[in-house]
Structure formats: structure tokens, C-alpha cells
Design a protein around this ligand. Structure first.
Ligand code: ZN
Length: 405
């Protein structure tokens, strides 16, 4: 990154001269035109962009402030193949069916071939038949930017960090977004899922807005290693359940995953069939000196409707069942006592159908399911289904919320 900063300083001086000689206006559209580097005032800090990046554990984190990658066309040419330069820096499009990633199905992530920013996950890749790699959503909101073509007919997609042109986005995609991100293979670089730690970005180590909390929770985690407990609950779609518990004081970490089935089928496509025995679940690591299992049970029973059998609203199937996966007799008795108490108090108009089962195993879900509500706050499902559940918990138990919440 140091070299990029150096380039920025050089470009700032060059750019200043350029601006003086050429009044601001549209860049020329000659075949080899590339976006003119943004002139920067001498001494100014390099511009940054808020994006998600991989950390050393191979986990997508953010948003973090990452310096924009700004280079001259000559330097981009040195770094990129002629084909990649044409697409990324010159708004070109590769020939249909010519790219290497058109119909790849490998599990992993696709990063910007210019600057390495994570852009798309194979989880959202689909066969479009167009001859270009197609995805229905970016890996995370904010890591792909949209720019309407000058004539307003199409929407280009760009890398927000290096400004590289990636392809276009259309409104004829599949569910759940209805969008089709049409990519050029040469603009992408694939990394298998188990190698994402190799994509560790320095920006992930730098302090950023949410770092103090994360650090605190890390420190807490090591300090409390011997004094933390875990609880596993299933309450419908784990996106909302995770967010509902994440806001509770004493909760150190919430992992979305699958419980109640075998390891071999503990993946989203298989679990979605409803035949694997898994329930979408969350594993909560908490500090029992700050929040009790009994209080977590209270949150559990307002974060979903425990009277719905094998469904939550429109999410139907046993994978959305209501279940408490107990780790020991103490949790089992607490769960049974809580159900009895709520039943006797007629808190719900219908009988509670929550299953109380021993936790045999818990398998963490795919990375893109973690922090889903936080990362996709604008999605229609999150707005209409998940956030109301999170809000319901906030209203019902304000005293249990983390102070910063
Ligand atoms: Zn990029």
C-alpha cells in the first residue's frame, strides 16, 4: 500500500499540473482513455473507502476504511493482462462464453482482479445462460458500486476501491433479489473458501469504528475463556435470531449455523430442502455473570413465535422449527420450567410447540450468513421479517441490551 500512497503523491503533483492545463470536464472517450486519477492536494491523506475485507482468520469483517487504489494507466497496464486492462480500466466487455468463470461452481469468493477487494461469493452465483459469470447479489453491500451509464440505459458495476469496471447489473435475476450481476471473468479472481485467510487485508487490522467493541470482546473472550457458557437455540431464520441475541449484554459472540443433523449435510442448500434434520440455529457464547441462561430463554421466546410448528411465518419446513438444544441437565430443566411457566401464565394464545432436544452438534453456517442482518439492512426480507423480531426484543427487554445498543 505504501507504493500506492507514493503514487498518489506523485499523481497529486502531476494531477495538479493536469488540472491547470485541462479545465475539469468529461474525460475524453478515445479508445484507450482511462479514468484520470483524482488529483489530490499535497499533504492530503489518501482517500479511503468503507468496505468489508477478509481478516487473518479468513472471516469477512467490516466496514473498515481501506485506502483507495489509484494508479496511472501505465502502471495498471504493468499489473494487468491486456484483456483485464480493457475490461477494468477501459470499460470493455469480454466475449460471451470466453471467460474462465462462466459456469464454475466451486465454493469460494471472487475478488477484484485489480485490487483484490472481495466482490462476490459463489453462494450467490447462478447459471444465467448469458455466457458471463452471474450472481444475484454482491458478497456484501458496499463492496460493489453501481453507476448508471451516461444514456441511462444500463447500470455499470464498479469496484469501489480501485474504480475498476466489472460489468453490469440487470433487473432480470433470480430470487431472492431479482438482480443479475453480469461480470467479466477477467475482472475477477477466484479464491477457494478454505483459503480466504490468504486474502487477509491490512485494513482488517487497523482500528475502525467497530474495532474497540471487537477488541473488547476478544479480550473478554480470552479472559473469560473458562467462565463463558454456550446456548444453542433455533427460532426460525437464523439471520434474525443472531441479530436478536447479538444485542444482549453479556453475549460475547453469536454464530449462525445448523443443529440437529449430520455434518455431511450441514450446508445451506441441503438444509433448505428440509430433509436433513437440521434446524437453522444460533450458538451463543455468553458471560453468565452478566446474563443468565434463564434471561436468554426470555429473549428466545420473544424473538420468534414458539407456537408455530415447523415454520415461522412464510418460512416453512422443519429447518425453521422452534427448538432449544440443551447442553446439560441444568439447561434442560431451565428450558422445561420456562415453557411450563409461560404456558401457565397463558402468555401465548396457542400451545408452545418448542422442542427441547440435546445438542448433539452445531455446525457453523457459511460465512455469508454471519452478521447477515447487519450486512444487508436494506433487503426486503430483513426489513419486513428480521428487523421487527430484533426490535420486538429491544422493546420487551430494554434492560438486557448492551449499553452501546
Ligand atoms: Zn478493485
Amino acid at each position: 500500500m505504501k507504493s500506492a500512497i507514493f503514487f498518489c503523491l506523485v499523481l497529486a503533483l502531476v494531477g495538479l499540473g493536469y488540472v491547470l492545463a485541462n479545465p475539469p470536464g468529461k474525460t475524453s472517450s478515445t479508445p484507450n482513455a482511462v479514468a484520470a486519477p483524482q488529483p489530490m492536494a499535497p499533504g492530503a491523506k489518501p482517500a479511503t473507502v468503507a468496505v468489508h475485507v477478509f481478516n487473518r482468520e479468513g472471516k469477512l469483517v467490516g466496514p473498515v476504511d481501506s485506502p483507495k487504489v489509484e494508479m496511472s494507466a501505465a502502471d495498471w497496464r504493468k499489473q494487468l493482462s491486456p484483456e483485464a486492462f480493457d475490461v477494468l480500466r477501459n470499460q470493455g466487455t469480454e466475449r460471451a462464453f470466453s471467460g474462465t468463470y462462466v459456469d464454475t461452481k466451486d465454493d469460494g469468493v471472487y475478488c477484484c482482479a485489480g485490487c483484490g477487494l472481495p466482490l462476490f461469493s459463489s453462494d450467490a452465483k447462478f447459471h444465467s445462460g448469458t455466457g458471463w459469470p452471474s450472481f444475484y447479489q454482491p458478497i456484501v453491500k458496499g463492496n460493489v458500486t453501481e453507476v448508471v451509464d451516461p444514456d441511462g440505459s444500463r447500470t455499470e458495476i464498479h469496484c469501489p476501491r480501485c474504480g475498476g469496471h466489472l460489468g453490469h447489473v440487470f433487473n432480470d435475476g433470480p430470487k431472492p433479489t431479482g438482480l443479475r450481476y453480469c461480470l467479466d471473468s477477467v475482472a475477477l479472481k477466484f479464491t477457494p473458501r478454505d483459503k480466504t485467510a490468504s486474502l487477509a487485508d491490512p485494513a482488517a487490522d487497523k482500528p475502525h469504528e467497530s474495532a474497540p467493541a471487537a477488541k473488547q470482546s476478544d479480550a473478554k473472550q480470552s479472559k473469560m475463556k473458562k467462565t463463558t457458557s454456550t446456548a444453542v437455540f433455533a427460532a426460525g431464520c437464523f439471520w434474525a435470531t443472531e441479530a436478536a441475541f447479538d444485542q444482549i449484554k453479556g453475549v460475547i459472540h453469536v454464530e449462525s449455523g445448523y443443529s440437529g443433523g449430520a455434518k455431511e449435510t450441514a450446508n445451506y442448500p441441503a438444509v433448505c430442502t428440509g430433509t436433513t434434520g437440521h434446524a437453522e440455529s444460533v450458538q451463543i457464547t455468553y458471560d453468565p455473570s452478566q446474563v443468565s441462561y434463564d434471561q436468554l430463554l426470555d429473549v428466545f421466546f420473544v424473538a420468534h413465535d414458539p407456537t408455530e410448528l415447523d415454520r415461522q411465518g412464510n418460512d416453512t419446513g422443519p429447518q425453521y422449527r422452534s427448538a432449544i438444544f440443551y447442553a446439560n441437565d441444568e439447561q434442560k430443566h431451565a428450558a422445561e420450567a420456562k415453557i411450563k411457566e409461560l404456558t401457565q401464565a397463558h402468555v401465548f394464545p396457542d400451545p408452545i410447540v418448542t422442542a427441547v432436544e440435546p445438542v448433539k452438534s452445531f455446525f457453523a453456517a457459511e460465512g455469508y450468513h454471519q452478521n447477515y442482518v447487519h450486512n444487508h439492512p436494506d433487503e426486503a426480507y430483513i426489513q419486513s421479517v428480521s428487523i421487527p423480531k430484533v426490535e420486538h426484543v429491544r422493546q420487551k427487554y430494554p434492560e438486557l441490551l448492551k449499553k452501546s445498543e
